[in-house]
Design a protein around this ligand. Structure first.
Ligand SMILES: [Zn+2]
Length: 196
């Protein structure tokens, strides 16, 4: 392990990891459970792995009540996963806007397909409502060129994020907040791809 830092234990599966790799929860003053994605909220924290299995498991087994020693409001697994997904999506959206302001975004199928032929973009966002044939074409070319992609947001939202009309593909160029975008999309996958 390259990074040494304080470690915490997942309250569900009991795995101990660097606390940066875990998800922190705190209690609001009214004892509502709050996911603390940026790990900055004050107060005592309880930690789970960043997976739907551990978040839901901890809620179902009443581990949050145990960790915070008493009644906890809002400790409902499905509700927590929804909240987390929404918050992560908001963060992804703001990074796409920032990349756009930094001039690192190209969009539209023709432009993105053209761009992948010569100069590889760092990351692609593909609209959830892209037509099946164009979607396949874009994904196949991305895979061939080793470009990571994520299917997220519909074409209206993707376009709006970069101040344009509907867009089915948005490419983020190198230097355009690619690392935080990759981290956030990886988190989202953890929550979605395990039988959410
Ligand atoms: Zn865990």
């Amino acid at each position: 392990m390259a990074e040494k830092g304080p470690e915490r234990t997942c309250i569900y599966c009991r795995t101990t990891r660097n606390k940066k790799e875990l998800l922190r929860f705190v209690l609001a003053p009214d004892r509502t459970l709050v996911p603390d994605l940026l790990a900055k909220l004050p107060g005592r924290g309880a930690y789970t792995c960043m997976t739907s299995v551990c978040v839901k498991g901890a809620a179902d087994k009443r581990q949050f009540s145990r960790a915070f020693k008493g009644e906890v409001k809002g400790a409902d697994g499905a509700g927590l996963i929804d909240q987390l997904a929404t918050r992560i999506e908001e963060r992804i959206a703001s990074y796409i806007s920032l990349a756009n302001k930094a001039g690192k975004v190209s969009s539209g199928t023709d432009m993105v397909l053209e761009r992948m032929k010569d100069q590889s973009p760092g990351f692609l966002f593909i609209a959830s409502d892209i037509s099946a044939d164009i979607g396949q074409k874009v994904k196949a070319l991305a895979e061939r060129n080793g470009v990571e992609y994520c299917t997220l947001f519909d074409k209206e939202k993707l376009g709006a994020l970069i101040g344009k009309e509907m867009r089915v593909v948005v490419a983020i160029g190198v230097g355009g907040f690619i690392e935080p975008l990759k981290q956030e999309t990886a988190k989202l996958r953890n929550f979605f791809e395990e039988g959410r």
